[in-house]
Unconditional design. Structure first.
Length: 381
């Protein structure tokens, strides 16, 4: 039987791997994902690196060497992460070349502590871009109010950008506008726009996690059985509805005459990337989000468990435009019962920034702990 992951390509969807693990790079497991499962890109974030570096011993030798060299905590973190990013970029380079610069990317996120600092973000983006020195690198910038101008300026400067932590339609439109206006600025300055790549990372499962909790809380406030049944019927629906509506926006923006002018000059569309597509609620099908958001000019970045589950029993069909009127009705129904779209999506972005910051700080604490342990050993000697 054909691997369902490989069937996604025929639907116009690229599969990226939402993880970086040095032990997988060394063991050949990562290469098998490329060769056998059709993975054509990689994303990472502070939470992923925190788990990867803390797990096992793959980073111990390099970390110990950097500590003995007297490097500070930030230098140690960046040295380890950049080594992985370069390694993955080199694994993916043949894919990048074959795809004419449209796949084969690895993403590196700016510090979450810079989520509200435009100039600090721009400085780190530039430094990472020059340090990694790979054409198939994407720098991840969150779609916060401070992030949007940094996204536009970075793209204008010719840097590939993965815009992350997008939850709302309005925020998505801001991101698409930043991309298109950056290309227009470059084109007006007679600069090449054919090698600028960007994805808009729209988060999925976290929407259901929060909305379902709000639905459960609302159900506790009523004894009306029909109302409780109505609230129950909305569970597990908001995330897919939200993403499908974003895809409608994507089509209208990138099929419009404004972008067509950029296409004629060699530009490629900024694809929606479905992030957070692992199923958090065990009551839902474990490949729910991967199955329901399949369509052309999209990327789905999956953690290993979702890749394995989809390989085993994923059902492939053109699903991203299923029942758009129902998607609109779901958002309207939530609004009618007091679950307000703008509040939910803003809360999710704020929490997303905080979660990445917490992982970032936990990783730094772990590195600092190792620094102290090695320093203590050296004193004993």
């Amino acid at each position: 039987m054909t691997n369902p992951l490989l069937q996604l390509k025929a639907q116009g969807q690229s599969v990226w791997y939402d993880n970086i693990d040095r032990s997988q790079l060394a063991s050949g497991q990562f290469q098998r994902l490329l060769d056998e499962d059709g993975v054509v890109g990689v994303t990472a974030n502070p939470t992923i690196f925190e788990k990867s570096i803390r797990a096992g011993h793959a980073y111990d030798e390099q970390m110990n060497q950097l500590i003995r060299e007297g490097k500070n905590t930030n230098d140690i973190y960046e040295a380890m992460v950049i080594q992985d990013i370069r390694t993955v970029a080199d694994f993916l380079r043949p894919i990048y070349d074959r795809a004419n610069g449209q796949d084969g990317f690895v993403s590196l996120e700016v510090s979450p502590d810079l989520a509200h600092d435009t100039q600090g973000t721009l400085a780190q983006v530039s430094r990472f871009w020059n340090t990694v020195d790979r054409p198939n690198l994407m720098i991840k910038i969150p779609a916060t109010p401070a992030g949007i101008p940094a996204i536009r300026q970075s793209l204008t400067g010719g840097i590939n950008i993965n815009i992350t932590l997008i939850f709302s339609l309005n925020n998505y439109r801001e991101v698409a506008e930043a991309f298109i206006s950056a290309l227009e600025t470059r084109l007006a300055a007679a600069k090449d726009i054919s090698r600028i790549a960007s994805v808009a990372s729209f988060f999925v499962s976290r929407v259901d996690t929060l909305v379902d909790k709000l639905l459960e809380d609302t159900a506790k406030t009523t004894s009306d059985a029909s109302q409780q049944q109505h609230l129950k019927s909305l569970e597990g629906k908001a995330a897919i509805a939200n993403a499908r509506l974003v895809y409608q926006d994507f089509k209208s923006i990138f099929e419009a005459p404004r972008f067509a002018a950029l296409q004629r000059a060699g530009a490629y569309a900024q694809r929606p990337l479905w992030a957070s597509t692992s199923t958090k609620n065990p009551a839902y099908r474990d490949v729910l989000y991967a199955e329901e958001l399949i369509g052309p000019h999209t990327v789905d970045t999956m953690p290993l468990e979702t890749i394995q589950n989809f390989r085993d029993h994923g059902q492939v069909r053109y699903s991203i435009e299923d029942n758009i009127p129902e998607a609109l009705a779901i958002i309207a129904s939530l609004e009618a019962i007091g679950i307000h779209y703008d509040q939910v999506t803003q809360q999710l972005q704020d929490e997303g920034v905080q979660k990445f910051a917490d992982s970032f700080h936990a990783l730094f604490e772990g590195i600092a702990g190792k620094q102290k342990a090695i320093a203590a050993q050296q004193i004993k000697k």
